[in-house]
Design a protein around this ligand. Structure first.
Ligand code: MG
Length: 266
């Protein structure tokens, strides 16, 4: 098994800066997406700080949940050093490969991870948002939540407190699966049925990420949009097969930088 990762980010059609960020590090098999929030430069700083701290922690051998806690700590500490950064925060959704073809996902906030398997899209993560709580209580349907005026209120984010609760989801991958990480700039604009259709139609992960961003912009692009698409493929002949204990290799799609931290579309 081999993972091929494509990604795209865009400022959208309304905002002036891109506070989203993503990271693909093939050396350590890490993918991550962060959607920052906060006045002035706060959102950009929060997402970039979280991604850099996450990467450093995973590189140092920290388990993913602990690495997310390290990222929380880094954003929180930085927010205390500068009045302009006070109160900044970020979502963080990250995946790293473990043995046995298991993808470990760790998640805080209202960005999302999806799994496309056998043509059907399933949401893996649960939003930490006010409207998700209303869905859980039976007061809203998913479709009502998707267009609710208060849908952008998050109930959990990195950097707001010295510690944070992290959701962890192990996903055993199959060949031909697609895993998608995305910010709410996609899911606020594009219905899950349309996301599913695009994933089924477009096999190239980079092209697919770009097309999903284009769809969000065509629908109004009211927020920054970031999409990371992980395609699970057969390993090349001679490489380790799915029975190996070693995690599968992560490969970058041709035009994805090894590590992208920052704000402007590539
Ligand atoms: Mg957003």
């Amino acid at each position: 098994m081999k993972l091929v990762v494509g990604a795209a980010t865009d400022v959208g059609r309304v905002r002036t800066g891109n506070e989203d960020g993503y990271l693909v590090d093939d050396a350590i098999g890490l993918v991550a997406l962060a959607d920052g929030m906060g006045g002035h430069q706060g959102g950009e700083v929060a997402s970039a700080t979280a991604l850099e701290a996450l990467r450093a922690a995973v590189r140092a051998g920290r388990p993913l949940r602990d690495a997310v806690l390290d990222a929380n700590d880094a954003v929180y500490r930085k927010s205390l050093t500068d009045e302009a950064l006070a109160g900044m925060g970020t979502t963080l959704t990250a995946g790293t490969m473990a043995a046995g073809n298991t993808l470990i996902l760790a998640h805080v906030g209202d960005s999302r991870a999806y799994l496309l398997r056998d043509g059907a899209l399933r949401r893996v993560t649960t939003d930490h948002s006010h409207v998700q709580e209303l869905v859980d209580e039976g007061q809203l349907t998913n479709d009502e939540a998707a267009v609710h005026p208060l849908r952008n209120i998050v109930t959990r984010a990195l950097g707001l407190d010295p510690t944070v609760e992290v959701d962890v989801y192990p996903v055993e991958l199959h060949v031909d699966d697609r895993v998608v990480l995305c910010s709410d700039g996609l899911t606020d604009m594009v219905h899950e049925d349309a996301i599913e259709a695009e994933l089924r139609r477009e096999p190239d992960p980079t092209v697919c990420a770009r097309k999903l961003v284009d769809r969000a912009n065509a629908a109004g692009g009211v927020d920054n949009i970031t999409v990371v698409v992980v395609a699970v493929t057969e390993a090349a002949s001679g490489a380790a097969d799915g029975s190996s204990d070693a995690p599968p290799a992560v490969e970058l799609a041709a035009d994805v930088a090894a590590v992208r931290l920052g704000t402007d579309a590539p």
